[in-house]
Design a protein around this ligand. Structure first.
Ligand SMILES: *Cc1c(COP(=O)(O)O)cnc(C)c1O
Ligand code: SF4
Length: 346
């Protein structure tokens, strides 16, 4: 099945965007018409800045508090290290079977398929990730492990960002996975097409459609402003190719921690064929405390969006607690009272 609308860009356009990503705060400030003096930025961040132009082009010029800018700008606040923030709060190190393979939940394994991302998100829970440890010259041991465990039905490609791999490498990996008979599904967790929609090229779609595996994509959008016309084309093409599309977001102070942003995001996602899946409470990772939203605020916001959106546009509010068999659902025990006007008959 070949998608009915062709993408309006060249197959390798995304690699050009990747190579000219902005890594200098001064360049970014110039593009956005901001003065460096107005920005509480860190000239020497331990986690460097990196942001591709197609993403920058969706930021509002002259707006120091733009929700997209906040996600990529290294701020001095990253140097704060309040009690309770750690480098590996999810204890992924202990869930690592061997380099590159993480299994926490039954039936699913996660492959750290790439070490890099197209964008460095300041709130990233893997910002301190020991990629050097996970570096693998060969996927052979991982694949052997999956082959030896018939309970594994789904392989999740994560990272880093798996779509940073060139198509040929990705293809090889997918071909090896599809040869394992008990694996039914291939899930790709990615933010790449969010920041560079040109990544959704025809060769990629062909690969996703032609594999024996059922493929699904879990994208990572946090704000409705992240969806522009190119993003809409990319995801519409994926949807027309029959690939289920889900989204996971992180609840981030100063980015989307209000009812209006969360509702607009869900609505905008649906417009381009994506269903909200998870809304993650931010993990307590060193360097990210300025994004933190406490659990009571999260519950209140989640309760409010439940009162405004159809159920299928309400993401599950979750947090990751090490040692649990699944991500932990944070249930809203008490929804806000229904307004009498909606309750009244007639
Ligand atoms: C989040 C996660 C998954 C996927 O969990 P789902 O609830 O199926 O989306 C799988 N493995 C690891 C290690 C994870 O962190
Ligand atoms: S794309 Fe994902 S893994 Fe990469 S920096 Fe952003 S949040 Fe982290």
């Amino acid at each position: 099945m070949i998608p009915s609308i062709p993408v309006p860009w060249q197959a390798k356009a995304w690699q050009t965007e990747l190579s000219r990503a902005i890594t200098d705060v001064e360049d970014l400030a110039n593009i956005l018409g901001l003065s460096l003096d107005d920005m509480d930025w860190d000239p020497n961040p331990t986690f460097p800045m990196r942001v591709p132009m197609p993403y920058v082009s969706r930021m509002r010029c002259g707006d120091r508090s733009d929700p997209l800018l906040r996600q990529v700008l290294p701020e001095l606040a990253e140097k704060n290290s309040p009690l309770g923030f750690e480098s590996d709060p999810l204890q992924e190190t202990s869930a690592t079977l061997f380099p590159g393979l993480v299994q926490k939940y039954r039936g699913r394994v996660l492959i750290i398929a790439a070490e890099n991302c197209a964008v460095n998100c300041r709130y990233c829970f893997r910002r301190n990730f020991p990629y050097a440890y996970h570096r693998h010259d060969s996927t052979f041991p991982m694949l052997e492990h999956i082959r030896d465990d018939p309970s594994i039905h789904e392989v999740i490609l994560s990272g880093g960002d798996p779509l940073i791999m060139p198509d040929a490498r990705l293809n090889n990996l997918v071909e090896s996975i599809e040869q394992i008979p008990h694996v039914k599904r291939l899930r790709i967790h990615t933010r790449l097409p969010v920041v560079i929609p040109q990544r959704i090229s025809e060769p990629l779609i062909e690969m996703l459609v032609n594999t024996r595996l059922r493929t699904l994509i879990v994208a990572h959008f946090n704000h409705a402003n992240e969806i522009d016309d190119h993003v809409a084309v990319a995801f519409t093409v994926l949807r027309q190719a029959g690939i289920p599309l889900l989204n996971q977001s992180v609840l981030l102070a100063g980015v989307n921690d209000n009812v209006e942003s969360l509702c607009s995001l869900s609505e905008a996602l649906f417009e381009v064929g994506i269903l909200p899946y998870y809304l993650h409470l931010p993990d307590r990772v060193t360097g990210t405390s300025h994004f933190h939203v406490d659990i009571d605020t999260a519950l209140r916001l989640h309760g409010s969006i439940q009162g405004k959106l159809p159920g299928y546009l309400v993401p599950k509010l979750v947090q990751e607690v090490p040692g649990r068999p699944a991500k932990e659902l944070i249930a809203s025990a008490s929804l806000p009272p229904t307004s009498p006007r909606i309750n009244a008959r007639g």
